[in-house]
Design a protein around this ligand. Structure first.
Ligand code: GLU
Ligand code: MG
Length: 444
């Protein structure tokens, strides 16, 4: 295995001397243990011990007082499937083999607080209860600070050239894991960029999100620049969204849309997501910083509605070219209210749980919205059933607590850990005031 991975790093590349297995935690921060490459086979076979309370660490490295785990107990990090990614040698830093890991109990069952384990369960339940699978394409926006270039026009050749060195290196890293990015473009904000991942099965898509964030951070750092996926790193610049394109499949048959309209399965899934959106929000907008991004008429999608090709709706329905048999295999539901401070695994798990509720109850889909809801009066929005969403993390958490869905979807232990992490972030932000945003952007 080691030999095959070294080959994957490219001819002439320095052989990795270190390996690391790590879990993307409740805040989407990648944490784990690193060890010499000679131990890789043994670690692949039996994992490494992991402290339960580690999952509670915030992006600012604080830990909630009164955490549900305390000092006692043990879990294990176990490398999850999929090829590892190799981070190249850079100066005095050796190459590293990086494996995404699950957090398991000491007898190797999935630990309920592990976001990756929760996504696996949601994917399995979607298959066993509804015979469906979800394909997912993640788009991430990010800023790279410290670039020499003066800001260049959005989507321009020169804007793209400003980061083509980083993009090239990120592609090389992802290639070692057998994957790639489909796009790397200059976005609207000065030194803001966007990456689009290939469409993959849900678990692989969430893993890919983790790999691509880490690859970009590493390539940016190597040049003395800094990449941030924080939802609102600067008060006066556009925010960074994570847009999650979802498509439902029954075997090989696309069931999101037929012809140019939503198909019954796609409509019921979407109805569930909208019905539970206030609760799903806490899992997809994971930080106090998330809610600073939620401005009207900024293409964020802050209202609880869907719309065909509408970028001001929380979910944009995107029909694509239909095939001769009337199917619409490229169609997707773009969930727009996610960001880089959420665990991609958890975000998807919550979206799937909400969508499954729509499928199970055959929920009816409200009418789509074909305008910017901010341009309507509050009464007009009310008449069309377009609700406001929780404006702060605190409000989203209170709503989630009342709904009981964190426990219903993910269990009691998970619920305790999740609320503890989120409320700690609320505490970090209150304690730091204005300094919170910049510190948060150092990690996320
Ligand atoms: N930057 C916007 C956001 O915060 C999204 C812009 C776009 O549609 O790409 O979500
Ligand atoms: Mg964008």
């Amino acid at each position: 295995m080691t030999g095959q991975m070294i080959e994957g790093a490219g001819r002439g590349a320095e052989a990795p001397k270190l390996a690391m297995i790590a879990n993307a935690d409740l805040s989407g921060v990648v944490r784990g243990r690193s060890f010499p490459i000679e131990r890789l086979d043994a670690v692949m076979a039996s994992g490494l011990p992991w402290v339960p309370a580690n999952v509670l660490l915030s992006p600012l490295n604080t830990i909630p007082a009164g955490n549900p785990f305390g000092p006692v107990g043990e879990t294990r990090l176990r490398a999850g499937g999929g090829r590892p990614m190799i981070l190249p040698a850079r100066g005095e830093r050796p190459a590293v083999v990086f494996h995404i890991a699950d957090i398991c109990t000491t007898d190797d069952a999935s630990w309920p607080v592990c976001p990756r384990g929760q996504l696996k369960r949601a994917v399995d339940d979607l298959a066993s209860e509804h015979g469906l699978r979800l394909e997912v394409g993640f788009e991430h926006e990010l800023f790279i600070t410290g670039l020499q270039e003066t800001p260049t026009p959005a989507f321009s050749l020169m804007g793209t050239r400003a980061v083509s060195g980083i993009a090239d290196e990120v592609q090389a890293m992802l290639r070692t894991a057998g994957t790639r990015l489909d796009q790397f473009v200059a976005e609207f904000g000065a030194h803001q960029f966007e990456i689009a991942a290939p469409v993959l099965d849900a678990l692989a898509a969430a893993d890919h999100a983790v790999l691509s964030r880490e690859a970009i951070r590493d390539a940016a750092r190597a040049r003395g620049t800094h990449a941030t996926f924080a939802p609102k790193p600067f008060a006066n610049a556009p925010g960074n969204g994570v847009h999650i394109h979802l498509s439902l499949w029954r075997g090989d048959a696309p069931v999101t849309a037929a012809e140019d309209a939503l198909a019954p399965e796609g409509a019921a899934f979407l109805a569930g997501v909208l019905a539970h959106l206030p609760s799903v929000l806490a899992f997809t907008l994971g930080s106090v910083n998330s809610y600073e991004r939620l401005l009207p008429s900024n293409w964020v999608g802050i209202y609880r509605c869907w719309g065909e090709r509408n970028r001001e709706a929380a979910v944009r329905f995107c029909p694509r070219t239909r095939s001769a048999d009337g199917r619409n295999p490229g169609a997707s539901l773009e969930y727009r209210l996610a960001d880089g401070s959420a665990s991609p695994h958890l975000a998807l798990a919550a979206i799937i749980r909400a969508g499954m509720a729509g499928l199970a109850q055959g929920l009816a889909l409200p009418d789509g919205v074909d305008c910017d809801p901010a341009g309507l009066t509050a009464e007009e929005r009310k008449a069309r059933g377009i609700d406001d969403l929780p404006p702060t993390l605190d409000a989203a958490l209170s709503g989630l607590e009342k709904s009981g869905l964190a426990r219903a979807w993910f269990g009691e232990l998970f619920e305790a850990a999740f609320f503890s992490v989120c409320r700690n972030d609320v505490g970090d932000a209150a304690r730091l005031g204005e300094a919170y945003r910049a510190q948060f952007a150092q990690t996320i």
